[in-house]
Design a protein around this ligand. Structure first.
Ligand SMILES: [Zn+2]
Length: 142
């Protein structure tokens, strides 16, 4: 989560959310920051960018079996769906997102028993530090 926080704090124009994918051995494979503005891409959430980069590094097709995704904010429906499709083994996230969260807040996509893959989930890890990065960003813009 410290690495995801570091990614979130990296310079950028968009909302500071960071994500890191760790391999089965615990070594970081890829890190990314939310970059919708820079890329002009509504799907350029930190999780999606990190999953894409990690899959490119692993070089085993598209599966990220045994991998862990750490992200500073509870994933949205798109990212929750993507990490399930990527076969991420473990999801760790920081702050809860009551407005769009899809890992327990509004929906619970990753633990939907109708899906054939359900990652282990740890929410609220370093929650206050992760929330503080977002609060600082929005405080400056109000
Ligand atoms: Zn998302």
């Amino acid at each position: 989560m410290e690495a995801a926080l570091e990614a979130a704090r990296a310079p950028g124009a968009d909302v500071p959310i960071g994500a890191v994918v760790f391999g089965p051995d615990g070594a970081p494979l890829a890190a990314a920051r939310n970059a919708r503005v820079e890329l002009g891409d509504p799907t350029a959430h930190a999780e999606i960018l990190a999953l894409r980069a990690a899959a490119a590094v692993v070089g085993d097709g598209w599966r990220l079996e045994g991998c862990t995704l750490a992200v500073t904010l509870e994933p949205c429906t798109m990212c929750a769906g993507a990490l399930v499709l990527a076969r991420i083994a473990r999801l760790v996230f920081g702050a809860w997102e009551p407005k769009t969260g899809a890992v327990g807040s509004l929906w619970d996509v990753v633990r939907d028993r109708r899906l054939n893959h359900r990652p282990e989930v740890h929410g609220g890890v370093l929650e206050s530090q992760c929330a503080a990065v977002l609060e600082t960003y929005f405080a400056i813009r109000r």
